[in-house]
Ligand binder design. Structure first.
Ligand SMILES: Cc1cc2nc3c(=O)[nH]c(=O)nc-3n(C[C@H](O)[C@H](O)[C@H](O)COP(=O)(O)OP(=O)(O)OC[C@H]3O[C@@H](n4cnc5c(N)ncnc54)[C@H](O)[C@@H]3O)c2cc1C
Length: 349
């Protein structure tokens, strides 16, 4: 295993910020990941990174050992796809479509690794990954062994997984098996996707049509990112959609701009966040007075989607963190709502 010291982590995140890793290993598949984990003493502080598209890393860097997993194998067997943790998520989606399998096509082009996707339970356009997972192979740091977590041991919630719980920090994702369907499932209900399909004449009853629709919708929303390419520097939506009291939800839903009725909005909340009172964090920010394109020095809210906090050239991680705190404080003060980050804030700020 090739371990380097003082590696600049800004090159490994979509924000393009972050200080040095004390010790750093870049591994290219799950075999190498397991080897790296076997060589890391159980009491060493350990941080996992995929493609860094959901992480804000401190300017002071991270102590201990940082293992970055990029790459690996994808295998298809019947309705099941097994992928290494470091595989680029969209390669799994492409493989599912090539094999005429339904269930993850609406999550086309979500940036990041399979491991990161499981960790956060990625969700987009009405589909979520978690419930479709059959098993996860993990490295258990407590026993220094691999083991398989079966479906019954895995619980999922909106943008949440057991891997985010502090008591499960010892479980590192090595490989994942996803169970898909050979017949169509999930309706496309997201208005912006329906509009794109209609405008471009795309067939939402075909996997290719769905993928093309979603990629175009994501392009329009500024939701595409690939490593080493010139995109806005964000971590996607920085905050989770919060679950509110009915009264708060009613106030915030007034900021919807799609012209939907309250009943339709509640249905959308149910579809996307599993609860009628889980409202859009973007609407919460609008209700608190934030504006698209609003800028503080070298940090900006995206021109289309104010949930995407952008790092402008020269921004530091601390600059971004300060804006995050400012938004949370204002939202709490004005609306008494706690906005929780969806992106991972790693290290000391
Ligand atoms: C432009 C843009 C658009 C986005 N759109 C969406 C979207 O539509 N829907 C959505 O859900 N997300 C979205 N995201 C967020 C991001 O794409 C996902 O969270 C993605 O799954 C992160 O993967 P990653 O490998 O980059 O994670 P990283 O940032 O590298 O890691 C994220 C977290 O996962 C943990 N982790 C990573 N690998 C492992 C492992 N092997 N074992 C245990 N823990 C691990 C890390 O410790 C870290 O805490 C978007 C991000 C961007 C930049």
């Amino acid at each position: 295993m090739n371990i380097k010291q003082n590696v600049n982590l800004s090159e490994f995140t979509s924000f393009g910020v972050g200080g040095p890793a004390e010790n750093f290993a870049l591994v290219k598949n799950s075999v190498e990941l397991e080897e790296a984990l076997r060589c890391t003493l159980p009491d060493t502080e350990l941080w996992l990174l995929g493609y860094g598209s959901n992480s804000l890393i401190s300017d002071r860097g991270l102590p201990g050992m940082i293992i970055c997993t990029q790459g690996g194998e994808i295998k298809v067997s019947g309705n099941e796809i097994t992928a290494d943790a470091g595989v680029w998520w969209d390669d799994v989606v492409k493989k599912s479509i090539d094999n005429n399998l339904w269930g993850i096509e609406l999550m086309s082009e979500i940036p990041g690794s399979v491991g990161g996707s499981v960790f956060i339970n990625i969700t987009a356009y009405g589909q979520s990954l978690g419930p479709q997972i059959k098993w996860v192979k993990v490295w258990d740091r407590k026993i220094s062994e691999t083991r398989i977590l079966e479906k019954a041991e895995l619980t999922w919630d909106y943008k949440n997984s057991i891997f985010q719980k502090s008591e499960n920090e010892h479980l590192i994702i090595l490989q994942v098996c996803i169970e898909l369907s050979s017949v169509p499932k999930d309706e496309v209900t997201y208005q912006k996707a329906l509009d794109v399909a209609e405008e471009l004449g795309l067939d939402l009853n075909s996997l290719d049509g769905r993928r093309e629709t979603i990629i175009e919708a994501r392009k329009r929303a500024g939701s595409l990112w690939h490593p080493n390419q010139d995109y806005n520097r964000t971590a996607g939506s920085f905050f989770r959609n919060p679950k509110l009291t009915q009264q708060q939800a009613d106030t915030v839903m007034k900021y919807d701009e799609s012209g939907k009725t309250k009943a339709e909005l509640k249905k959308m909340n149910q579809v996307h966040g599993g609860d009628q009172r889980r409202v859009s964090a973007a609407h919460v920010m609008l209700a608190a007075g934030f504006k698209r394109g609003q800028t503080w020095g070298k940090v900006k809210l995206n021109d289309q989607n104010l949930l995407k906090i952008e790092a402008l050239p020269g921004a530091s991680a601390q600059d971004i963190f300060d804006v995050v705190r400012l938004i949370q404080t204002e939202v709490k003060k004005k609306l008494d709502i706690n906005l929780e980050p969806e992106a991972r804030i790693l290290g000391v700020f």
